[in-house]
Design a protein around this ligand. Structure first.
Ligand code: FEO
Length: 398
């Protein structure tokens, strides 16, 4: 089920993918508050026809319906930029329908497609970085861009039309009826969420790939999720900011409180940070959308975890937030832990052990026995002072 949405980007270049308004979770992990789309594109060259990626297997019927609607009787090339199934999953069905089609992919992507989808080896044309493929009056140039999002990823650049097809790179999980970005603020939020959840762990690789694609003369970016950028400067400059080494005068504070001891500490600590001119993003992990938490980690200089002690360790929801932050590898510079305990435990040691990937300086934890007392509030003020001093040293706080 799905919309039949064949729309023209430029003459003989069409969006032919699927909008998924109802999907609310990706990888059974990532919330999709705005749905998503799986963007496949059709390029009709003077001699050859290329399909740029396919769709998630749940939307194969939509892709095939669109191909029928567009009257596509032959496909010469299926360009596979990325082996993940939300783009490659319909390739086997496309090869059944168009048995003469060849799958064009980087060598590593070819291996992965064979592993993941059992596509036969003779179906492939492998392309090196920089190679071109003529469709007649249109020329595809392949640009290898590993780690946006897996190691095999590449982009295509359609030279005559100056369109970049970067697959996940620059994408956004956003179901929208418009073909092009028509609300930059809305797309900025969705693209930043997408960057935080999908791309941030590969930030340094993305820095290099951003420089690489910037060498091309790009008039349009047609990603594999979300609207097409007909003014690409907007998303290119957002990525430049997100992947930069600079952090902002911000503290991210994910926490849980069961009987309000940690809650009182969080309240006091947040007030102390605000008084010092530091931006705070506070997340009650009992109800928070982890995508919002991930987005806040894109820029923040400091993360502070707040947890009670449960069965001698951190609350499991705080442990989960720590493991998630560790996996996302934000550029955060400082970390600390605040919280409470009843009779003992190893909450601080365990939380520290969950974040080895964060290249952070750990600042003095503040842990209260039972409900927080004057000494604990004083220690929280000192921690706020420590954070301000560190931020000032980086030149990001007044
Ligand atoms: Fe949209 Fe990495 O797949």
């Amino acid at each position: 089920m799905g919309n039949r949405t064949v729309r023209e980007l430029k003459p003989n270049i069409y969006f032919i993918g699927a909008i998924d308004w109802d999907r609310k979770l990706f990888d059974e992990l990532i919330p999709l508050p705005d749905g998503t789309s799986y963007n496949a594109y059709l390029i009709k060259g003077g001699e050859k026809i290329a399909l740029m990626d396919t769709v998630d297997p749940t939307k194969t019927d939509v892709l095939i319906g669109n191909l029928v609607k567009a009257g596509v009787e032959k496909i010469d090339y299926v360009v596979a930029h990325h082996a993940e199934q939300d783009h490659s999953g319909a390739i086997p069905d496309i090869l059944l329908l168009y048995p003469d089609a060849k799958v064009v992919a980087a060598a590593r992507c070819r291996e992965m497609l064979i592993d993941l989808l059992n596509i036969s080896e003779d179906k492939f044309i492998t392309v090196d970085d920089g190679r071109t493929l003529s469709l007649g009056d249109k020329t595809l140039q392949f640009v290898h861009t590993p780690w946006v999002h897996w190691p095999e990823t590449m982009c295509s650049y359609l030279q005559e039309d100056k369109i970049l097809f970067p697959c996940d790179f620059f994408g956004s999980h956003l179901a929208a009826s418009g073909l092009f970005v028509d609300n930059e603020a809305l797309v900025y939020e969705a693209a930043k969420r997408y960057y935080a959840e999908i791309m941030m762990p590969f930030r340094t690789a993305i820095q290099k790939n951003l420089e690489k694609v910037k060498q091309l003369d790009i008039e349009m970016i047609a990603p594999s999720h979300g609207p097409v950028y007909d003014k690409p400067d907007f998303i290119m400059s957002a990525y430049k900011d997100w992947v930069s080494d600079a952090v902002k005068n911000e503290v991210v504070l994910p926490y849980i409180s069961m009987h309000d001891s940690t809650g009182k500490m969080v309240e006091h600590f947040v007030d102390a940070l605000i008084e010092r001119g530091i931006t705070v993003r506070q997340f009650n992990l009992a109800v928070t959308d982890i995508g919002e938490l991930a987005m806040s980690l894109v820029d923040a200089a400091t993360i502070v975890l707040g947890s009670p002690t449960v069965l001698a360790g951190p609350h499991p929801k705080v442990a989960y937030a720590a493991i998630l932050a560790n996996a996302l590898r934000p550029k955060t510079k400082f970390a600390s832990i605040i919280g409470s305990y009843g009779w003992g435990g190893k909450m601080v040691e365990q939380l520290k052990g969950f974040i080895p990937n964060l290249k952070v300086e750990i600042l003095s934890p503040v842990i209260a026995k039972g409900c927080p007392k004057d000494d604990d509030f004083t220690a929280l003020e000192k921690l706020a002072d420590e954070i301000l001093a560190r931020h000032r040293r980086l030149g990001i706080a007044d």
